[in-house]
Design a protein around this ligand. Structure first.
Ligand code: FAD
Length: 317
């Protein structure tokens, strides 16, 4: 089922999760171990992130170095198929422009269609680890909107090879990313909103937000979208923040604000499990407030902290 249909047919707020593929060499059991307990709450869909390859310098036997490309977290497409098969829920693979040619993307979409995947989240992706700014693959896309267009093309049966006539029409529901506190590269909120609107006007179906720790950022974003005639579902992205270290890593990686009360609580905490308790309480209060304000769905970035998300869900439902 499409994410938009799941949202439209829900009679109460639904739950969704986001996971990362395991690092290369690890078993898919690590994902199941992560998700099994959370299935108690009947999540409607699970997003699976996509990770571009990285170039690293590897030392040869003779002491010289060579540049090699490694993909630390392969497997997004197959994990989606495995999750749909095991849990009978929808899986939403992320697709990124960075590091991929248009042809590779088309082939991935064909695989996903064959596997019965109905949803994708179309993203640009971040700059490569060794680059300061995002550079598109010479045969790839520069912006998420171009990727949205490619998925739409396939939904219309339009393949890259022009001599394919009457090509199978896929029927992907397309999500895109939105940034309540602005994408870090955008010069201002208005410009960012303009490009977000373009993705929706082009044909994307819904927005998933970057994480936020202050609900007012989400509410302001939803209002801004409405004022700009962006009328699709806007799924709030939620993440537990549970350690002092994350007080600096999260703002620097995701460009989001950590509210002063949450900072103070974590800074003054000393007990070994205090971080998890503080993060859980903060996330729980965020969810209570969002549910009070009638959000249709709570989307959890479970990344490494499934127990905290479990505790929050247990208290909520
Ligand atoms: P875009 O929509 O292309 O926007 C990027 C920037 O360019 C913005 O500043 C925008 O305002 C501007 N812009 C957009 N279109 C144009 C245009 N036509 N001309 C000029 N400027 C333009 N990254 C991963 O690598 N893998 C993942 O699995 C992943 N999952 C994510 C899930 C969510 C919910 C979110 C919020 C982010 C995720 N990311 C992931 C990170 C994301 O790829 C980065 O934030 C990336 O920098 C921007 O992606 P985007 O799709 O928002 O890009």
């Amino acid at each position: 089922m499409k994410v938009t249909d799941l949202l439209a047919s829900a009679t109460k707020p639904i739950i969704s999760l986001e996971i990362l593929p395991p690092t290369k060499g690890k078993s898919i059991e690590s994902i199941y171990g992560h998700l099994d307990p959370l299935m108690e709450f009947g999540p409607s869909f699970v997003n699976v992130t996509y990770h571009r390859a990285e170039q690293i310098m590897k030392k040869r036997a003779d002491g010289t170095y060579e540049k090699v490309e490694i993909r630390k977290r392969p497997g997004t497409v197959s994990i989606c198929a495995a999750l749909m098969n095991k849990y009978k829920i929808e899986a939403v693979p992320h697709l990124i422009c960075g590091g991929f040619t248009k042809e590779e993307t088309e082939n991935a979409l064909i695989d996903l269609n064959f596997l019965g995947v109905k949803n994708v989240l179309a993203l640009r992706g971040d700059a490569a680890a060794n680059e300061k700014f995002f550079t598109a693959n010479p045969n790839g896309h520069r912006y998420a909107e171009e990727l949205v267009q490619q998925v739409l093309n396939l939904n219309h049966g339009k393949y890259m090879e022009e001599d394919i006539i009457d090509g199978v029409k896929t029927d992907f529901c397309i999500g895109v990313a939105g940034y309540p506190e602005k994408h870090f590269e955008a010069p201002n909120i208005e410009t960012d909103t303009y490009y977000l609107k373009r993705k929706i006007e082009l044909g994307a179906d819904y927005i998933v937000t970057q994480m936020f720790f202050k609900n007012s950022h989400y509410y302001n974003f939803v209002n801004r979208c409405k004022e700009n005639n962006i009328n699709c579902p806007i799924i709030p992205g939620l993440k537990p923040l549970t350690s002092k270290r994350q007080l600096t890593t999260i703002p620097s990686i995701f460009n989001v604000e950590v509210p002063v009360d949450l900072v103070n609580e974590l800074v003054k905490s000393t007990a070994p499990d205090a971080g998890d308790r503080i993060g859980e309480e903060w996330l729980y209060q965020q969810c209570v407030d969002l549910l009070k304000n009638k959000v249709p769905v709570l989307h959890f970035y479970t990344l490494g902290k499934p127990q905290v998300v479990y505790n929050v869900l247990k208290r909520l439902f």
